[in-house]
Ligand binder design. Structure first.
Ligand code: GLN
Length: 486
């Protein structure tokens, strides 16, 4: 097998045994990027020289007998995470040449673990979107099918991992942005519990929903990445001070004694038949692995999209107020007055979807409408969270689809924001409730596009998700299947 096709776990073992060096590994991945990137279009910024220097350093450290969880492993990160040595654009003209003065905590953790960060990957502008088509610079392509979306907003991360252009990536998930692209690109993606991973240095979209997490080739790699990024950070006031287990330990067991809930509301109207078939087959595999399957209900599911599309834009309108052309980022230099400068900067710096969200959010928060929209949405959010508490009294995890359909054509829904918002229906509730969720490949559509299964668990129960996902992965026979980019 080519070096760039290994899983992170396999690459790590080969490095540890001295069979390969990090320089060889990094060169293999850079070469792979050179050969396929014109069709994948994942990288907004590639730091070849920096990566090779880091790889040399990693090899030196290893020769000195030093270890690190990710020593010498080439990774990519979504361009929403602050990096002090590379630009951080958030896929926006507003931050086109912005180099942050500090590293996000998760970036420092990757660096401390010895990872080789190759570069920054594409995303929807400020993480708003479900296809990465809202990126101001380029649209990543699904490695499984030319002309198809890789999902969003962490579409660059998913495309890069699926195309073997890095061993893993970090993304962010506010309403499904890790899980949905992972599902559409046939890889594993996890949104951890809110507060499990530091948000310090994650450019804010909707602060009560945002969470950083890994996108990986398989579940073991996901557990390894979680070991590195999870943990308390005093710089993030919403980060929780609670011990971090060794997530790889969760992969040992079968599913005896585990109850898997199947929420009827997640198999409703609009679900693609291929997706339903693959996910139901996946649920059968969980049963074969020893799990007990129970029917559950999440009665407020139909309100999730409406609630999310009030709360997320409300928080976004507040978070994005800082981009005013004064302190950093893009500024329109032609304006004569301060107010004109603000107006021109924000009109030209932001794309359409971001402006739409700012308008919706500002409206929902305005004096006359606050009670009718934001306050009501916050109350329904509590009911949605309550649905999960009730469900987790009856089961250990919930199994469902991730996205109602497999990937679609680039451009197919880009003029229809509502259709895109509706496609988030199965992922946004985990963010509203703050619970962990994973997407794991479970099959393919009749035309060869990957399909993922979502599993959700109670707060801080990432281990049961990894355990179930690992069992599913062993049985589903889809790991190791790669898109043809030759
Ligand atoms: N698709 C959702 C949105 O557009 C989720 C985005 C995300 O998770 N960052 O808001």
């Amino acid at each position: 097998m080519e070096l760039y096709s290994l899983t992170l776990t396999q690459a790590r073992e080969k490095l540890a045994r001295g069979e390969i060096t990090s320089v060889e590994l990094t060169e293999a991945v850079l070469d792979r990027i050179g050969r396929v990137e014109d069709r994948v279009r994942a990288y907004l910024y590639l730091d070849r020289d920096g990566a090779l220097a880091r790889a040399e350093e990693a090899d030196l450290l290893r020769r000195e007998g030093r270890a690190g969880e990710l020593l010498g492993i080439p990774l990519s990160v979504k361009d929403v995470l602050c990096t002090s040595t590379m630009p951080t654009t958030c896929g926006s003209r507003m931050l086109e040449n912005f180099i942050p003065p500090y590293d996000a905590t998760v970036i420092s953790r990757l660096n401390d673990a010895g990872a080789v960060i190759l570069g920054k990957v594409a995303m929807d502008e400020f993480a708003m979107g479900s296809t990465s088509e809202n990126c101001a610079f380029q649209v990543p392509v699904n490695p499984w099918k030319q002309g198809y979306v890789s999902g969003g907003s962490s579409g660059g991360s998913a495309a890069a991992v699926a195309a073997d252009e890095c061993f893993a990536s970090l993304g962010s998930d506010t309403g499904g942005s890790i899980r949905q692209p992972a599902s559409l690109c046939g890889i594993v993606g996890m949104k951890p519990t809110y507060g499990r991973v530091s948000r310090y240095g994650l450019v804010a979209f909707a602060s009560s929903l945002d969470q950083v997490g890994p996108l990986t080739r398989d579940v073991a790699d996901c557990a390894l990445m979680m070991n590195v990024i999870a943990g308390h950070d005093h710089r993030d006031s919403t980060s929780i001070n609670r011990g971090v287990p060794d997530y790889t330990d969760a992969l040992q067991d079968g599913l005896q004694g585990i109850r898997v809930g199947v929420p009827a509301e997640y198999f409703g109207e609009g679900l693609d038949p291929d997706v339903e078939k693959a996910v139901r087959r996946g649920i059968d595999m969980l049963r074969e692995a020893g799990a007990e399957i129970v029917e559950v209900s999440l009665p407020h599911t139909s309100y999730c999209v409406a609630v999310y599309y009030i709360i997320a834009p409300a928080e976004a309108s507040s978070n994005l107020a800082r981009y005013d052309g004064v302190r950093y980022g893009f500024r329109d230099h032609d304006a004569d007055t301060l107010i004109d400068m603000y107006r021109a900067t924000r009109s030209r710096g932001f794309g359409d979807e971001v402006k739409r969200r700012i308008l919706i959010g500002t409206y929902a928060l305005s004096a006359g409408y606050y009670d009718a929209y934001y306050k009501k949405a916050s109350r329904v959010r509590t009911l949605i969270t309550g649905d999960f508490s009730d469900a987790f009294a009856k089961c250990d995890l919930l199994a469902s689809p991730v996205c109602p359909t497999p990937a679609w054509k680039i451009g197919e829904k880009s003029d229809d924001p509502l259709a895109l918002y509706l496609s988030d229906i199965l992922t946004i509730s985990a963010n509203l409730a703050g619970i962990p969720a994973i997407s794991v490949p479970c099959g393919f559509s009749s035309d060869g596009l990957p399909i993922g299964m979502q599993m959700q668990a109670a707060h801080f129960n990432e281990e049961v998700l990894l355990r179930a996902a690992h069992n599913l992965e062993q049985r589903a026979g889809v790991v190791g299947r790669k898109p043809d980019l030759s």
